[in-house]
Write a protein that binds this ligand. Structure first.
Ligand code: ADP
Ligand code: MG
Length: 282
């Protein structure tokens, strides 16, 4: 029996913020690992050509590995490009290879270029609006899509394919800078391509409780976005940043560390905050 209830339908979360280094990849892999530890069936789709999420989850991603490039550009089915994470039960990964760096350009001339990922995900019976009792045990509970630091066609594909967004915000100067542009993109996607899309969570990352700055940034973000901001701040912790160099998430690398406990808490919060909850609208 899972430690927390499985959602009534697959939740597809886009982890996006066009600013680099705010904790998108770190939050993707650790939230995913935490939810898997809580008994949820989880899929991570790496949409960043850097492949950092693939590395952290210990998934091969050299050129030629079946990957998100094949899913988006070549039209391969999801089943052909995912692999189980070797270290974390219930977690599967679609890795990103460097081929994806060209996809942004290659997709420009493709028909329905913004809908490629949506189409691929909808074709797989394990991503379903049905409860597990109807869809089957194999149904995914959570799909996390780790986006690159831009608002190009890769991120756009994720925003069209997803139902929810999780937006990591680094607790530092200029934290809110650029968010206006992100929210405008979300509104555009909602108006024209995916009316369902909603922001379920802002997540404050790299929070240093000893500094006045971090506290005031967190306060400002909460004033701005209210209940959409998860109560849990992810603390800045060196164990979090070390884990990927061992091809691990902090959840397995040092489960007792403050970073791991933060992500576990945040994951429980996200699970209790279903899609369409109050304040989930932009
Ligand atoms: P993004 O995917 O948004 O570019 P990353 O997740 O790669 O950002 O994080 C940027 C850098 O910050 C990485 O080196 C990562 O290890 C580090 N980092 C992220 N979260 C934390 C944290 N809570 N504590 C310490 N370092 C962190
Ligand atoms: Mg990243």
């Amino acid at each position: 029996r899972p430690a927390i209830e499985r959602p009534s339908a697959t939740r597809i979360l886009v982890v996006a913020n066009q600013k680099g280094g705010v904790g998108k990849t770190t939050s993707t892999v650790n939230m995913a690992a935490a939810l898997a530890q809580l008994g949820q069936r989880v899929l991570v789709i790496d949409l960043d050509p850097q492949g950092n999420a693939s590395t952290a989850l210990s998934i091969e991603h050299h050129r030629g590995t079946p990957s998100s490039y094949d899913l988006l550009v070549e039209g391969e089915p999801l089943s052909a490009v995912l692999s189980p994470c070797p270290d974390i039960e219930l977690l599967s990964v679609v890795p990103a290879t460097i081929d994806l760096a060209g996809a942004e350009i290659e997709l420009v001339s493709v028909v329905a270029r913004e809908q490629r990922l949506q189409k691929a995900l909808r074709a797989d019976p394990r991503i379903s609006d049905q409860p597990v009792s109807d869809a089957g045990e194999e149904r995914f509970d959570y799909v996390f899509i780790d986006c690159p630091p831009s608002l190009g066609l890769l991120t756009l594909n994720a925003l069209v394919a997803g139902r929810e967004m999780m937006v990591p915000i680094q607790a530092e100067y200029y934290a809110l800078e650029g968010l206006g542009q992100l929210l405008a993109t979300v509104d555009m996607v909602k108006a024209h391509l995916n009316p369902e899309l909603a922001i379920s969570a802002f997540l404050i990352t790299m929070y240093d409780g000893r500094t006045r700055l971090a506290a005031s940034v967190a306060e400002e973000v909460r004033e701005h976005f209210g209940p959409q901001v998860l109560r849990t701040n992810i603390p800045r912790s060196v164990r979090v940043s070390e884990a990927p160099s061992y091809s691990q998430t902090v959840m397995t690398y040092d489960p007792g560390s403050p970073g791991a406990m933060g992500y576990l808490e945040a994951a429980k919060e996200l699970a209790s905050k279903g899609p369409g909850t109050k304040g989930a609208d932009t």
